[in-house]
Design a protein around this ligand. Structure first.
Ligand code: HDE
Length: 701
């Protein structure tokens, strides 16, 4: 795109087209010389030494030797997708950002989701914060909203970032553990910085175990600024809400997935887009008038605080749809360079000291990681609007600038490229008035660290609280130092006395005898995942079957699931086809070896006497049911299928004795109308998990 033109959903895709390269040409050297043998080096005789003049060998090996670039120091493990963003209505009252003016305009985006602590090859489902980075290719240049799936952060000032990251990462002597905060140095550091308390509550909650990227929230974390055409500025906080609701794995499941399918999140994102089941997120903002900056009992510049939605509601802005997978992981997902400093007119910064530090760090890290100041020339990073300046040369300069002048002002080149006035779209920083002394200090308004941690704790459902306590037992259970564990219990006692006692019980620390800080008793509905959207859309169901299965039951459930946007896969002992009772051939999608219950959201066992004879004798099939039960997933069985549930001996569950029964999300029917069964099962799936299963902990799976 050379001339300024209207951006639409396809603009970035079209701009990438000239860079795409098919593999259907002849093998050549990088100089275009056709190669006639790529399997043997040039030698003196077939057993002799190799020759230095073998230019093909040299080129092939030297390029290979340089294939790796430094991985991101944090957020190294990531997955990307293309899509578009479309506002619901004009936001002109609040911002002049062009991509937020017209509900008819779809702006292309590239999104990268990531974990924080692990290396590039680490497992997806580890307990960790997730990155949620969005690059909007707008008509006025690239706007990057580089957020996380947790709305607060560990520290208040960017100067502490290397310290927190060193503490999170594997310990420097033996480089253990990979992608995990469950180690002494992390908790040592945390136990010494009270400002981390609120974040730690989120870290230990189910938020760090997202079911997939499609069911994960995103937050801008910092307070930003929007400025309208009249120059009026307001503060904003960004929220991304997944349309499928916010859901998590349980820890046991997440750990198993890390072994069974370390790419679980990446695969889910890829497959969903591939199937046309596009992930969707609603963008919302909390808008705060400048005059209200100081009306809260916390500082809106402090990134360890949220603004509760009860105080400032989230106003819907528009929808993002991810509808295209990248063509090449390295060229796009690895080389994409996000920078919070990439803003467009209408969007500006606040003085949040964490954000201010990020405005420097990301550009610096891209220079190092991508190795050249010309990283904006990479196809994935190029804006879709024209870009011109007087920057010159540098490694891997991709443009042949034809102008004789490269300075400003100039008369020899008609003073081009010229700066733009604000009216012409030139970026003008918001003229915030500031004054003060130079100090290395923090504002007293940043000094309270516990109140919102308590708010978060109070807002969780009983099951979410249980999970948080178990997470603390796991994480601190891996810390040998008694002093660190005691300091953490003392910290939890500043959040809630009951919490501190429960954590202490599991980690060999004496329970605190006195209440340190009285719980204020306040809660906020939006903080619990329990209150999220409940739908069966986007769910994956395993159908366990063997030869002799009732084909009609499979067809009926598959259709019913499809009708609500869910999908099903047949799981059996061997790949290939199974034969139903009435002689139909049914394709097997996965086997008990190539899949496992954690990969599915729900399980269905259709009838068929012979099929059940086989499944009941198969420990893997019984285990499938036990494990899904333990993870509180919906399970349905019809006809003889109920026998598999009997074989699994699910504790405390009443199975059907004839008609349809739903006990704790276990839906069974010896005989019932197929529609009724499907309805009941789909309703159970929409609940996500059935936490109230009384005796699930007895299941050894
Ligand atoms: Fe980052 N962060 N960060 N961060 N961050 C990076 O940039 C940094 C922070 C976030 O998908 C790095 O390109 C500092 C908060 C995401 O490519 C680096 C501070 C939030 C990603 C960096 C923070 C984030 C990064 C490493 C404290 C949520 C992945 C590689 C002031 C709002 C971007 C890179 C992608 C990546 C620095 C804190 C989110 C080193 C100094 C708060 C999603 O520049």
């Amino acid at each position: 795109m050379t001339e300024q033109q209207q951006v639409n959903e396809n603009t970035k895709n079209e701009a990438l087209q000239p860079y795409r390269k098919d593999a259907d040409e002849k093998l050549t050297s990088n100089q275009g010389v056709k190669i006639n043998d790529t399997d043997n080096t040039l030698k003196v005789g077939t057993r002799g030494p190799s020759l230095k003049e073998d230019f093909h060998f040299q080129e092939k090996l030297t390029h290979f030797d340089r294939e790796r670039i430094p991985e991101r120091v944090v957020h190294a493990r990531g997955s990307g997708a293309h899509g578009y963003f479309q506002p619901y209505e004009s936001m002109a009252e609040f911002t002049k950002a062009k991509f937020l003016q017209d509900p008819a305009i779809k702006t292309p985006v590239f999104v990268r989701f990531s974990t924080v602590g692990g290396s590039r090859g680490s497992a997806d489902t580890v307990r960790d914060v997730r990155g949620f980075s969005v690059k909007f290719y707008t008509e006025d240049g690239n706007y990057d909203l580089v957020g996380n799936n947790i709305p607060v952060f560990f520290i208040q000032d960017a100067i502490k970032f290397p310290d927190i990251v060193h503490a999170i990462k594997p310990e420097p002597d033996h480089e253990m553990p990979q992608a995990s905060t469950a180690h002494p140095s992390f908790w040592d550091f945390i136990s010494l910085i009270p400002e981390s308390t609120h974040m730690i509550m989120w870290i230990l909650s189910d938020r760090t175990l997202p079911r997939n990227f499609r069911m994960m929230q995103g937050f801008g974390v910092h307070t930003f600024r929007w400025v309208n055409a009249q120059g009026k500025s307001r503060f904003v906080k960004y929220h991304w809400k997944p349309l499928l609701g916010v859901h998590s794995n349980v820890f046991d499941e997440a750990q198993k997935l890390a072994g069974k399918d370390p790419d679980f999140h990446r695969r889910d994102l890829w497959d969903s887009i591939d199937m046309g089941d596009y992930p969707e997120y609603e963008l919302g903002v909390q808008i705060i008038e400048e005059a209200d900056e100081h009306k809260f009992d916390f500082d809106i510049l402090d990134a360890t605080k949220i603004i509760p939605e009860e105080l400032v509601p989230v106003r819907p802005v528009g929808k993002m749809v991810l509808n295209r997978n990248p063509d090449n992981f390295f060229a796009e997902t690895e080389q994409v360079a996000f920078q919070p400093s990439n803003v467009v007119p209408g969007i500006d910064f606040s003085d949040d000291p964490l954000l201010q530090g990020r405005l420097f760090s990301y550009h610096d890290t891209q220079l190092h990681r991508l190795g050249s100041p010309n990283f904006a020339h990479l196809p994935i990073n190029r804006p879709v609007c024209p870009f011109h300046n007087n920057q010159q040369d540098g490694r891997m300069q991709m443009e042949i600038k034809t102008s004789r002048v490269n300075y400003s002002p100039n008369s020899l080149g008609e003073n081009r490229p010229e700066v733009s006035t604000a009216a012409e779209g030139g970026y003008v920083h918001y003229p915030e008035r500031v004054e003060g002394h130079k100090v290395r200090d923090r504002s007293p308004s940043f000094k309270e660290h516990f109140s919102q941690a308590t708010l978060f704790w109070n807002s969780l459902s009983p099951v979410e609280k249980e999970h948080l306590i178990e997470a603390a037992h796991f994480e601190l259970g891996k810390v040998g130092d008694q002093g660190v564990r005691e300091r953490m219990v003392d910290r939890f006692n500043h959040v809630d006395h009951e919490l501190a006692k429960r954590v202490a019980q599991g980690i060999g620390v004496a329970a605190p005898s006195a209440v340190t800080v009285k719980n204020h008793g306040q809660s906020s509905e939006a903080l619990s995942q329990n209150n999220t959207t409940k739908t069966a859309k986007g769910r994956k169901v395993a159908i366990l079957a063997a030869d002799g299965v009732d084909a009609a039951q499979i067809m009926a459930i598959k259709q019913a699931l499809k009708d609500v946007g869910a999908m099903a896969e047949v799981v059996s002992k061997f790949k290939g086809k199974i034969k139903s009772a009435d002689g139909q051939e049914i394709e097997v999608d996965k086997t008990f070896l190539t899949s496992a219950s954690p990969m599915f959201d729900a399980i269905y066992v259709p009838g068929g006497a012979k099929s059940l004879e086989a499944l009941k004798m198969n420990g893997e099939a019984v285990h499938f049911i036990n494990e899904a039960f333990k993870h509180c997933k919906p399970i349905a069985a019809t006809g003889e299928g109920v026998d598999l549930l009997k074989a699994a001996e699910l504790p405390g569950v009443k199975l059907s004795d004839s008609s349809l029964k739903d006990d704790q999300g276990v839906v069974t029917a010896l005989s019932a109308d197929a529609n009724e069964i499907a309805k009941s099962f789909i309703n159970a799936i929409a609940q996500h998990r059935h936490w109230n299963r009384a005796h699930k902990d007895q299941v050894p799976a």
